[in-house]
Ligand binder design. Structure first.
Ligand SMILES: [Zn+2]
Length: 312
């Protein structure tokens, strides 16, 4: 039997999955993310974890096909990771470094949101489709485009980075990336809370939002409960999302749009609000775009990382 590993490097933890060559997830665990100014220490931690797993299960190194790795930054086709703001590395040849340190066959790397999209395409919400765009609404806003099983990477590794599309050229506050008016500033979980607080400062009416701590979850719960202010805020956020997706559709007219990340727990109620804006902003014959919720949750990264090697 042959195996591979899928590794998802996040800001606080590194998720690791062991997969069979037929894409079955056999084990899944996490280790803390070591934050140095190079990936060397972290890759050695990963090596220890992978070797421990092989020993425990009596798997020979020669039966490991390789390792797929996701990292939180733009990755170009040459395997270079360009700047990971929340871990603190500069530009690094992560694929080559990992191959040298892990000694477990081929290493393929990709951007975390792009690879999560590949995971959903291969094993989750996009299974059976030809092409899809996934947008992840979490602490930030990530995105990825998959066409015929391939991640659209782009020349600089930023293709699919929908969270940093400018949706308000007149915004005065900066985004985490340094630009102003990025979609992420309104549609991430933190962005939604910021938008809600700003809105409530000028809202004189009654609202359930003044009786709870405002989080993306309470905001959407209040909107679902029919709260007027919460619906105005979520309509505003979804207007920006719908416009961004309509614009994206004119560049990459994928079969499917998949919405993932923690905020997607708001479910069909969220999808309907986005779709309404989307449909009003595209050609009539392309209004029937399929919108769906992601299925793999936090495992999309490791499953996508495995898919980088297994290509189902
Ligand atoms: Zn930005």
């Amino acid at each position: 039997m042959k195996y591979c590993f899928g590794i998802d490097i996040g800001g606080t933890t590194v998720k690791i999955g062991l997969f069979s060559a037929s894409s079955e997830m056999l084990a899944r665990w996490e280790i803390p993310t070591r934050k140095d100014n190079s990936p060397d220490g972290l890759l050695r931690d990963v090596k220890t974890a992978l070797e421990g797993c092989l020993t425990e299960r009596g798997i020979s190194r020669t039966d490991v096909l390789g390792v797929g790795i996701t990292a939180p930054g733009p990755v170009t086709e040459d395997g270079i990771l360009h700047g990971t703001v929340n871990i603190g590395w500069g530009d690094v040849a992560l694929g080559k470094e990992a191959e040298k340190i892990l000694q477990l066959g081929t290493v393929r790397i990709g951007n975390d949101a792009r690879v999560a999209a590949l995971g959903e395409y291969a094993y989750g919400a996009g299974k059976g489709s030809k092409s899809m765009l996934m947008i992840t609404l979490g602490t930030g806003v990530g995105g990825g485009v998959i066409q015929d099983g391939h991640i659209l990477t782009g020349f600089h590794g930023v293709a699919g980075e929908i969270g940093h599309m400018t949706v308000d050229p007149y915004e005065t506050l900066p985004c985490s990336c340094g630009k102003k008016g990025c979609l992420e500033q309104y549609a991430s979980a933190t962005g939604m809370v910021r938008v809600a607080k700003k809105f409530l400062a000028d809202w004189s009416g009654e609202t359930l939002l003044r009786q709870c701590e405002i989080t993306a979850k309470t905001l959407w719960d209040c909107a679902k409960a029919g709260d007027c202010a919460a619906n105005e805020i979520t309509d505003f956020v979804c207007h920006r999302l719908g416009i961004a997706l309509a614009n994206a559709a004119y560049l990459v007219d994928t079969e499917l749009f998949v919405i993932g990340g923690g905020v997607s727990a708001a479910g069909d109620f969220l999808l309907e609000k986005i779709e309404r804006v989307y449909r009003a902003n595209v050609f009539p014959h392309s209004r029937d775009k399929k919108f769906t919720l992601a299925k793999l949750g936090n495992d999309a990264g490791i499953q996508g990382a495995a898919a980088l090697l297994l290509k189902p």
